[in-house]
Design a protein around this ligand. Structure first.
Ligand code: FRU
Length: 501
């Protein structure tokens, strides 16, 4: 039976489909000032099912317009995740110099197809000659198969490698926790380069999905390029269930080699995570955005409970897109993630409400006289004699319900606690609190929160650490308050803005 609609949880600044189930973002790209986003979509159901590529467009990465389905599933083929490449020089020959083609690389899952063993996965290609409006399948699909046939060979992602004047494709053999690298100069013929699989890392039952290889200048130095290998893992994430981890290393045109690896048998906390919250998976990069910072978008959910989320008539949504950089933090290269310039523009256009600095004493709290569907909050916590301080968002007027973000100055732990955030009981696997270690140089931590109707995204210390969590607060949960536990804390640089949609 169809559940009652939940408009109070309809994201205002995050993509969600009008109706039905969505998972991974697929093949996002920029062309002629329009951002295109595709996504794993079941247009006939509220849970995962036969997968098509849905399609949406935006000019600011914040307001999305749903388009017709781009790549529909058929009874013989499901269309799994992948990447779009803008073949600007028509190296594939599928378009022309005046009308360069867009190429959508995706995984085909074959059913009842005499040419392929049942349920095998292989990489295929569809292309568009009208800038993404219509797509047609390449005549010689699939373009890449694995021998012996595999049911776990998927998720092609492609990056241009200037030093080799070629494209590099990464795919996974998901249940082997293995990334496979290929190269091509025409985007049609792919030759095998190498496998990436950290030794001593294999975990029974864990899947590796959506591998991404991204070059980044370390500390902005163009002469020191490192490569981030970003992999979605399910389960074994730092916050439980599925999540996104990354390795930083070198790529020599053939092989990716991480700079360092935790010792064998380490637990998840020894690895790098793109997000320390529970609700980010399958992050992918926008193609064709030029020479600026790479842009990334993820699915805001967790395979542990994705099919039980209490929204209707849609289920699933995307994270806010972010821009990526690589910086040395505590002696290690770390991915830095910050909201896009288009987001910051929107917030600034709507005006920022600054509040004066304040000191809160033991047990004191302060309520911000501002609330809206979207809240942008900047805040710096300066250590006093309180062991712990923080902020509550999406709070009900009676103060009983809210999502609590707190920093413990003694342990150095940052916690996003959604145990009293509203509806939490729809799945026993909906994890309630997420904790990450964050250093506080000089006793100071800075928080940037992007709060939508049903989510909290936290960027700490300038984007060194990110936490994304879904929340399902009661209607009218517009309160924000600060608190200081057991002592004094100085709150500085507080600005809250409620950009209208
Ligand atoms: C990741 C994933 C991919 C696959 C797709 C299927 O969430 O499992 O590996 O291509 O979703 O919908």
């Amino acid at each position: 039976a169809q559940e009652a609609p939940t408009p109070q949880w309809r994201p205002a600044l995050h993509f969600s489909p009008a109706e039905h189930w969505v998972n991974d973002p697929n093949g996002p790209f920029l062309l002629d000032g329009t951002y295109h986003l595709f996504y794993q979509y079941n247009p006939a159901g509220m849970v995962w099912g036969p997968m098509s590529w849905g399609h949406a467009t935006s000019t600011d990465l914040l307001h999305w317009q749903e388009q017709d389905i781009a790549l529909p599933a058929t009874p013989q083929e499901d269309i799994f995740s992948g990447t779009v490449v803008y073949d600007s020089q028509n190296r594939s020959g599928l378009g022309s110099a005046s009308a360069p083609p867009l190429l959508a690389f995706h995984t085909s899952v074959f059913h009842g197809n005499p040419a392929h063993p049942e349920d095998t996965q292989a990489q295929s290609l569809s292309y568009s000659l009208d800038r993404g409006a219509h797509w047609q399948a390449y005549d010689h699909n699939p373009i890449l198969t694995l021998q012996p046939d595999s049911r776990q060979f998927r998720d092609p992602s492609i990056v241009w490698y200037p030093q080799g004047q070629c494209w590099i494709m990464t795919t996974v053999v998901a249940d082997a926790q293995l990334v496979k690298l290929y190269r091509s100069t025409d985007l049609l013929h792919w030759s095998f380069l190498s496998d990436f699989q950290p030794s001593g890392y294999r975990k029974p039952g864990m899947l590796w999905e959506m591998p991404l290889l991204i070059p980044l200048a370390l500390d902005g130095n163009p002469h020191d390029t490192r490569w981030a290998m970003i992999v979605s893992v399910n389960p074994w994430s730092i916050a439980g269930g599925s999540g996104v981890q990354y390795f930083v290393g070198r790529f020599d045109g053939t092989r990716f080699t991480p700079d360092t690896l935790p010792p064998e048998g380490s637990d998840p906390s020894a690895y790098h995570w793109l997000d320390h919250g529970a609700d980010q998976y399958a992050a992918i990069r926008f193609a064709n955005t030029g020479s600026g910072a790479p842009l990334l978008i993820g699915w805001m959910s967790n395979w542990d409970y994705a099919d039980t989320l209490p929204t209707s008539p849609w289920r699933g949504q995307m994270t806010l897109p972010v821009q990526l950089a690589l910086k040395t933090v505590d002696g290690q290269p770390v991915l830095i993630q910050t909201p896009t310039a288009t987001y910051e523009d929107l917030v600034h256009r709507q005006g920022v409400s600054a509040f004066s600095d304040r000191q809160l004493g033991p047990g004191q709290s302060w309520h911000a006289p501002l609330g809206g569907d979207v809240l942008d909050v900047h805040l710096t916590l300066r250590r006093g004699d309180a062991p712990r301080a923080g902020i509550v968002v999406r709070q009900t007027p009676d103060g009983r319900t809210g999502t609590v973000i707190s920093y413990d100055f003694t342990s150095g732990n940052l916690t996003l606690d959604r145990s009293h955030s509203g509806q939490v009981g729809f799945s026993p696997r909906f994890s309630l609190a997420h904790v990450a270690h964050l250093s506080a140089p000089g006793g100071v931590v800075s928080l940037h929160l992007v709060v939508d109707r049903n989510s909290v995204e936290l960027f700490a210390n300038g984007g060194v650490l990110r936490m994304t969590d879904l929340v399902f607060p009661p209607a009218g949960s517009n309160g924000v308050s600060l608190f200081s536990d057991g002592g004094h804390t100085q709150f500085t640089g507080l600005s809250i803005s409620a950009p209208a949609r």
